[in-house]
Design a protein around this ligand. Sequence first.
Ligand SMILES: [Zn+2]
Length: 55
Amino acid sequence: MKLWVTPAGDRWLCDECQKLYEKKIEEEGWRVAFEKWEPILRCSECEHSDMDTPD
Ligand SMILES: [Zn+2]
């Protein structure tokens, strides 16, 4: 999971949701603060964790 610094504040995004935000990331100049592999972290978009297996 990556912590993104966005104009609206920091948010965690998983790799899947990062793809959805690609355009916004580029337009608004989001940057990655850091990356962390923690099962407890939840993506702010889909609310899944890195440990969740896709259905
Ligand atoms: Zn997600």
